[in-house]
Structures are given as structure tokens and as C-alpha cells.
Ligand binder design. Structure first.
Ligand SMILES: C[S@@+](CC[C@H](N)C(=O)[O-])C[C@H]1O[C@@H](n2cnc3c(N)ncnc32)[C@H](O)[C@@H]1O
Length: 230
């Protein structure tokens, strides 16, 4: 593993309301215990779907990026090793309580920036990024790091809301953009651009919550084929 120095850098801005690392840490400190109330049960169908789709096999090394309060951790099988990272010390503190309460000996929690991970190349068999892509200041940098730390052909599962194709909803999303820093997420996030920026092959798109506003993307850690693979 590389050194722990200088892990948190400022991002490359995507638009004028883009989040910075301090905004993320402040927003998730503000959510505190309310996080599980607001985003616990309401977002659980997506987490369950992602874990089912992962179909974890014995001794696989799994990376969970932006683990938050650790809501998904008890649902992984005991026979895999999970490394779970988050930028927010407040969220990690709650995740640690989950690990202790459920006596999860297969979970390693680390405070780390997803845009600059300290792991060696080709370390993970699978990765889950649940409700994080619109929260990280620079999703492209995060995906570039995932390409590096995951093994070739690793399966990557991304749960997120993406900009609607409906003109009315798109307008509402754009109206929310000035609140991005306060909310701690980007309300208007383009899926096609995210997939293209990931540099990975898109295998499937599954609608999960909110009539498909939240989706699960199954990506594979290899360059996209010419024909695409949706
Ligand atoms: C909406 S929460 C999702 C938490 C969890 N995955 C869930 O399903 O509830 C987003 C999380 O991403 C974390 N995050 C944001 N930017 C990050 C970064 N650059 N590196 C690591 N974690 C980050 C936040 O601190 C927060 O805990």
C-alpha cells in the first residue's frame, strides 16, 4: 500500500456548482444521524439489487467506495473480504458502529479519497459504488482510480440517479444545482458522459428506484468494445 500522505486534493471542476472535498465532508457531517432516516430504507432496494448482482464468490476481494454509514455491510457474505472507504470521518464513525454491532471480521474500513486511492494496482475482484458518483467532486477521477485498483475484467456496480430525459424533470434538476454544495450531491448528472468517462465497458442498465430515475450500471473493467454492450 502507498503512503497515507496528501490523500485529499481539490477537484477538477465540472460545472460552477461542482462540489469540493470540504463541501462533501461538511454536508455529510450535517446529515449525521438523519442520513439513515432519509436514505436508509428509501434507498435499500438499490443496495440489495447491487449485492445480489455482485454474486460474491468465496475469498473475493470487494471494494466498496463511499461506504457512508455502512448500511450495506451486513449484507455481504462472510466469505469475502471487503475494503470500504469514505472521505467523511463522521460517516465512517457510524460505519464502524455497524461493523462492531454485527461483528463483521471481514470488513476493513479506511478513510480515503476515492479520487486518489492508496491501493496497489489490480487489487480487487469487484467494486460497489452506491449513491456516490454524484457526490464525489470528480467522478471521472474516481473511475480512473477504479480502473487501476480493480483487476482486469473486474465487475463494477454503480448505483445512482442520472439526469432525466424528461424536459420538466431536467429543468427541476438544473434549478437544484445551486444547492449542490448544501445537499452534498450533484442533481444533474449525465449517464452517457459518466459511462464514456469511465473508460469501462457497460454491460447493463437496470432501473432500481423512482421509476428508473435511480439505476444500477454494471460495468466491466476493460475498454468499451466498438459495438457497446448495453
Ligand atoms: C450518498 S452517500 C452514500 C453512502 C452509502 N454508499 C449508501 O449506500 O448509503 C455518499 C458517500 O460518499 C462519500 N464520498 C464523497 N466523496 C468521496 C470521495 N472523494 N472519496 C470517498 N468517499 C466519498 C461521502 O462522504 C458519503 O459518505
Amino acid at each position: 500500500m502507498k503512503s497515507l500522505e496528501n490523500t485529499v486534493e481539490q477537484p477538477v471542476s465540472v460545472h460552477k456548482y461542482s462540489l469540493k472535498h470540504d463541501d462533501v465532508v461538511t454536508a455529510y457531517r450535517r446529515y449525521g444521524r438523519l442520513y439513515n432516516l432519509i436514505f436508509g430504507a428509501s434507498m435499500e432496494p438499490g443496495r440489495k439489487k447491487a449485492l445480489n448482482a455482485m454474486n460474491c464468490q468465496p475469498n473475493e476481494s470487494i471494494l466498496e467506495v463511499g461506504v457512508g454509514t455502512g448500511l450495506a455491510l451486513p449484507n455481504y457474505p462472510q466469505h469475502v473480504h471487503i475494503t470500504a472507504i469514505d472521505l467523511s470521518p463522521d460517516m465512517l464513525r457510524m460505519a464502524k458502529k455497524v461493523v462492531e454491532k454485527h461483528e463483521l471480521r471481514n470488513v476493513d474500513l479506511q478513510q480515503m479519497d476515492a479520487q486518489k486511492m492508496l491501493f496497489d494496482d489490480n487489487s480487487y475482484d469487484k467494486a460497489a459504488i452506491m449513491y456516490v458518483a454524484t457526490v464525489v467532486p470528480d467522478a471521472k477521477a474516481m473511475m480512473s482510480e477504479l480502473r487501476r485498483v480493480c483487476k482486469p475484467d473486474a465487475d463494477i456496480y454503480v448505483l445512482n440517479h442520472f439526469a432525466s430525459r424528461n424536459a420538466v424533470i431536467r429543468t427541476c434538476e438544473k434549478l437544484l444545482l445551486p444547492l449542490s454544495k448544501w445537499l452534498g450531491f450533484d442533481a444533474h448528472f449525465d449517464m452517457d458522459r459518466f459511462v464514456a468517462d469511465s473508460g469501462m465497458e457497460l454491460l447493463s442498465i437496470t432501473p432500481v428506484i423512482g421509476f428508473g430515475y435511480w439505476k444500477m450500471l454494471h460495468l466491466r473493467n476493460r475498454p468499451p468494445s466498438q459495438s457497446g454492450g448495453k
